[in-house]
Design a protein around this ligand. Structure first.
Ligand code: HEM
Length: 181
């Protein structure tokens, strides 16, 4: 996983908790880097899972709630860094529909090492979109947070339901998204 994602995760911990909480987490002995991450590095994605599990134990907040909150934070941070990715989109569903064949394509140009999920989209109506997340990595709840962050960015209310369809060699989640306001 890209260093920029780690850096944003650490930023969120400092903002929502404290620098001391972050320092304690980075002392976790099983981390592959000894707790040092830079924005230009590339690190095993299991480190972020270890960090989020340790944060959950420390704060008594469920892992999924922390990962979802991180997804929201990450969307805002990425759009702050790359505002052009959202500029030509009129609403959240249009943005979400373009993740697979436009946004993540640009991300891959910027960061050739990026390991990105697949999102197949089916537009059911003006207000309804189905997205199917498929990845070798278990980040569907991160996707949920990113989708919610996208809704917030456009000042929209979305109802989102999701169901797990993991198989032996692939993580898969189906999202049903409806714009309500
Ligand atoms: C709009 C909704 C978006 C969704 C639902 C989404 C979803 C995801 C998910 C779930 C991952 C984790 C990797 C995996 O699951 O295998 C990911 C990675 C990533 N996405 Fe997106 N994304 C969105 C928008 C964006 C935007 C706007 C950017 C802007 C730069 C972006 C950049 C990235 C980057 C840099 C990674 C990390 C790749 C890596 O660490 O190797 N995404 N995305």
């Amino acid at each position: 996983m890209l260093g920029v994602v780690y850096i944003q995760f650490m930023e969120m911990i400092k903002e929502k908790f404290s620098e001391d909480v972050l320092d304690d987490l980075l002392d976790e002995p099983s981390l592959s880097t000894g707790g040092a991450y830079t924005s230009v590095g590339y690190y095993d994605h299991t480190d972020i899972i270890k960090l989020v599990v340790a944060l959950s134990k420390k704060t008594d907040i469920p892992v999924d709630d922390l990962v979802e909150a991180f997804g929201k934070h990450l969307f805002a941070a990425l759009i702050d860094k790359y505002p052009m990715l959202a500029e030509d989109k009129t609403d959240a569903l249009e943005m979400l529909e373009s993740v697979d064949n436009s946004i993540h394509v640009e991300v891959h140009k910027l960061y050739p090492q990026a390991e990105l999920p697949e999102f197949k989209c089916i537009r059911l109506s003006d207000t309804k979109l189905q997205m199917v997340y498929r990845s070798k990595r278990p980040f569907s709840i991160l996707a949920l947070g990113l989708i919610k962050g996208c809704a917030e960015h456009f000042g929209e209310q979305l109802t989102i339901s999701h169901r797990n369809a993991d198989s032996d060699d692939m993580f898969e989640t189906h999202f049903d998204i409806e714009k309500v306001a």
